[in-house]
Every structure is written in C-alpha cells, then in structure tokens.
Design a protein around this ligand. Structure first.
Ligand SMILES: [Zn+2]
Length: 199
C-alpha cells in the first residue's frame, strides 16, 4: 500500500517553515513508517530526483531521503548492490533515510555545482556548497548512525538539510543557468555530465 504523494511547490508556506524533530519513540509508529514509505515511492517516481525532504510532501518534520544514485554520481560506478540487480531493476535505487539530522563536521572548502529542486521546477543554478559533511541522524529503524559524505552526496545532504530549515536553493544561488526544457537528465542518460539532478 505505497502511496505516492504530490510534491509541494513554492510558494507553499510549509517549504519555508523550520521542520519539527521527530520524537525518537515515534520513528517506528505506523504514521512515520507510512510517511517514509510514501516518500520513497514519491522520489522513485520523479525523473531526476536524488533527494527528498518531508516538507516537500507537506510534512513539516525533520526527515529526508538521499538516493544511492548520489553514490553512483560520485563514483561513476554502480554500487555493488545495484550491479547484482537485473537491468530493469537498476533504477530501483535504495534510499538512505535521515531523521533528526545534526551536522557534526563540515569542511571549510566549498565547490560550485549546478542544482535544481523538485519544489522549484524549471529553475537551475550554480550553488556553492561545502565539499564534505558529517551528519548524525536516525535511520527508519530508529538506529542512530553517523555518516561522512563528500562531493555530490555531501551536496544532496546540504540541500535537504536546508529544506528542513525552510531554505531553498534559490536563496543561495550564485547565478541561474539557462537549461532548455529537455536539458535535464532523462532516465537512461546516466553518462550525461551536464545533467542536473533534482532534490
Ligand atoms: Zn529541493
């Protein structure tokens, strides 16, 4: 019973709110588990999405997902778990769940890269982000974990953390990019370096 949720677009106020923490005792409740499953289903059904935060589906809670596709972007190699899957299942990425994420470490170095947002369709721009970040969070089973990330994965995490604080990439954009409507990455065009992922 997976339900795909509509993606909330600007200027809906929920995207500008500071999202609330999830009570750790509530992570295993059916309400939160259903929300996470629905978020996974929603992200899976976007063409270019690699990340999704709960406010983007109208829930002002500190939860976000990052697709393992972000690891592929960094490594230019399919994760082993994906390689073993059949061809038509390869797009069936796993999603890493971050609940109540807290930044533990962030690098001084910043890099520029194009960004797009599922909640701001049609707009793309260069955003400066810290190169590395270490985050502590709870996963969907309620287990606390710490994960370090760099490059593209680190960028997705920072984009999603911003969503939990009511910040959208357009607040930070250095300059907008003129991307033709067919210029974003289509499914099956994984090698296109100029593709822009949505988060
Ligand atoms: Zn976004």
């Amino acid at each position: 019973m997976l339900k795909q949720l509509p993606i909330i677009l600007l200027p809906k106020p929920v995207l500008r709110q500071v999202a609330k923490e999830v009570a750790t005792g509530a992570i295993k409740t059916s309400e939160i588990q259903k929300l996470i499953s629905s978020m996974k289903e929603t992200l899976k059904n976007t063409a270019d999405g690699v990340g999704l935060a709960a406010p983007q589906v109208g829930e002002s809670l500190r939860i976000f997902l990052v697709s393992e596709e972000a690891e592929y972007v960094d490594n230019k190699k399919l994760p082993e778990s994906v390689e073993k899957r059949s061809e038509d299942k390869k797009r069936d990425w796993k999603y890493f769940v971050y609940i109540n994420p807290v930044v533990k470490k962030i690098s001084k170095g910043k890099i520029e890269y194009p960004e797009g947002c599922l909640s701001v369709p049609g707009k793309f721009g260069i955003v400066k982000r810290n190169e590395k970040i270490t985050v502590e969070a709870y996963d969907e089973t309620g287990r606390k974990f710490t994960r370090g990330a760099s490059k593209f994965f680190a960028r997705v995490i920072q984009h999603e953390l911003d969503h939990l604080n009511g910040t959208i990439f357009i607040d930070k954009v250095e300059r907008y990019l003129d991307v033709p409507s067919n210029g974003t990455k289509g499914k099956g065009e994984m090698e296109n370096e100029s593709s822009i992922f949505m988060k």
